[in-house]
Design a protein around this ligand. Structure first.
Ligand code: 13P
Ligand code: SF4
Length: 324
């Protein structure tokens, strides 16, 4: 994270392994402006692990997976939080720290999982399976969270499902996350048909080809990948868990079956690890840029608001998750 008065030039050292020198001058003006605007507005930037390295390593104050961003958003003291991530993350920050101004630099930064389910779908599931608790992935709108008993992230899904003490749970909306959790628990899981458009594209054949081309490579997969991909990987976990795995095991060569910027961001911290890079871009995460973060701070755009009736019920589901 940048020191309060660091300049763009001194930040380059941090990212020189992943940003070529020829590209760096295109970023410096926005970085300087954002660092100044943060001081002026008493603002902090929260960046998800899938943000590009010039955002993640050069202007962000708080970084992490969905769970870490939610936890840290709750205790932010600054007046303004800019969410360098997607819309559901900004909504979660607003739910957990409602007195703050939360900005999302591009309102189009959505998520295929969040788009796969509506509040009335959740009500229909409850009618179909009376009395079965509903666990909702944080990758959903606040309105869907409001219909749920409890939320989860990829980092805590197993613990959340087992915390309920129920023989069956409805787990929405990611079919693959639900199936990957079902493989680890005796609790019966009823799934939905949502998919992450980034992770659903990986296949076991990709892993076979990678292992053939890079003998000895360690394969890490995100649990939003299809179960056959998770089964063929050496380890599956949230973006934070993948990052921790690399830090703990220091594999000589590793591939992260996830969004492209993740490898860049982890590689910055581990010059001794060789990252093999087949990856898929998330078009929603990539809508966030230095330029629109700067505009967000200059123009106070776009302010995240949540209907108070929805917010009260959605907050309950997120807070219940954080208490587990
Ligand atoms: P985590 O960072 O919680 O693993 O989530 C991945 C993701 O797809 C967020 O959009
Ligand atoms: Fe949604 Fe997948 Fe993009 Fe994450 S990576 S924001 S789950 S589409």
């Amino acid at each position: 994270m940048p020191a309060p008065f660091s300049t763009a030039a001194s930040l380059y050292d941090r990212v020189r392994r992943v940003i070529p020198p020829i590209e760096w001058p295109a970023f410096t003006d926005d970085i300087e402006a954002i660092l100044a605007l943060k001081r002026e507005r008493n603002a902090v930037i929260l960046a998800h692990n899938y943000q590009t390295p010039e955002i993640f390593h050069c202007v962000a104050d708080i970084v992490g997976d969905s769970l870490a961003l939610a936890r840290k958003a709750m205790t932010v003291d600054a007046d303004v939080m800019v969410l360098a991530g997607v819309h559901f993350m900004a909504e979660t920050a607003k739910l957990l720290n409602p007195g703050k101004t939360v900005l999302i630099p591009d309102l189009g930064a959505g998520c295929s999982l969040a788009d796969s389910i509506t509040p009335s779908d959740v009500r229909l599931m409850r009618q179909r399976y009376p009395g079965v608790p509903v666990v909702t992935y944080v990758n959903t709108s606040a309105a869907v969270k409001a219909e749920s008993d409890i939320c989860c992230t990829s980092g805590n899904a197993l613990a959340i499902v087992e915390s309920l003490g129920a023989p069956r749970v409805i787990m929405l909306p990611d079919e693959y996350l639900a199936k990957n959790i079902a493989a680890q628990t005796k609790v019966e899981i009823i799934a939905w048909k949502g998919h992450c458009e980034v992770h659903e594209r990986f296949s076991p054949a990709d892993i076979g080809e990678l292992r053939a081309a890079h003998p000895g490579v360690t394969v890490l997969a995100h649990p939003e990948c299809p179960p056959e991909v998770v089964a063929a990987a050496d380890f599956a976990g949230s973006t934070a868990a993948m990052s921790d795995y690399v830090a703990r095991h220091r594999p000589a060569r590793v591939v992260l079956m996830t969004e492209c910027s993740m490898s860049d961001n982890v590689a910055v911290e581990h010059p001794d690890v060789d990252f093999v890079r087949p990856c898929n871009l998330c078009p929603h995460m990539k809508r966030i840029t230095l330029a629109n973060i700067r505009t967000a701070l200059e123009q106070n755009s776009h302010v995240v608001t949540i209907d108070p009736h929805v917010a009260e019920r959605a907050r309950r589901a997120v807070e219940r998750m954080l208490a587990v």
